[in-house]
Design a protein around this ligand. Sequence first.
Ligand SMILES: Nc1ncnc2c1ncn2[C@@H]1O[C@H](COP(=O)(O)OP(=O)(O)OP(=O)(O)O)[C@@H](O)[C@H]1O
Length: 227
Amino acid sequence: MLLDVKDIATYYGSSQALFGVEFSVAEGEVVALMGRNGMGKSTTIKSICNLSAPKTGRILFDGKDTGKLAPYKVARLGVGLVPEGRRCFPNLTVHENLVAAARPGEWTVSEINALFPRLEERHAQIARSLSGGEQQMLAIGRALMTNPRLLILDEATEGLAPVIRQDIWKALRQLKTKGLSILLVDKTLSELLPVADRCVILENGRSVWTGAPADLTPGLQDRYLGV
Ligand SMILES: Nc1ncnc2c1ncn2[C@@H]1O[C@H](COP(=O)(O)OP(=O)(O)OP(=O)(O)O)[C@@H](O)[C@H]1O
């Protein structure tokens, strides 16, 4: 297993958000982390990156316990995060944003440009003047430039124009084809399920169901994901 999340409990101050989340991501696997609003998806992602470190339980990345590592050290192990809200350096250009994050490996600026031609066209543009969708592409590009072994995306297509969403899903399918391990949270089931190898559902801070997308019946969707 590349990532092993073992029965973690995470708190915000004295308020408990996760009560036992357990799942894994194998090398080359795409795992969809699902659940209704407030069920703990973002907290699980922050726990993996040690941005909100779990109080109990363990997280192993490539067999290494990440428990005592600072977030930047978790990133160095090979965890690339595209956080909710697409954070880039607003006053740097597209190109500067990409190289600022770079670590040696397969992903270079030219690979990112091939994945997102819109970014190549805007390589000298200041990031804050990009559209929301372009900023999201840049956030994904930046994460890839760290040459991660696991890419984590939290609501990467939320609130974007349909044509841009399609470009992002196309890029995610390409990343899957390349064999990258991916953990993603997204509300668009029609796009998410075809790309996922496995689904993990959270309810009230607990992992309550895991299985193949084909086994996620309308009944289960209604029970765990319906509004
Ligand atoms: N910074 C915070 N301080 C206190 N409680 C928080 C904080 N962030 C999240 N929570 C609480 O933790 C629980 C899980 O929230 P989380 O954001 O992980 O859910 P989510 O599944 O990602 O939801 P959404 O789909 O709405 O983003 C919720 O009860 C939420 O109110």
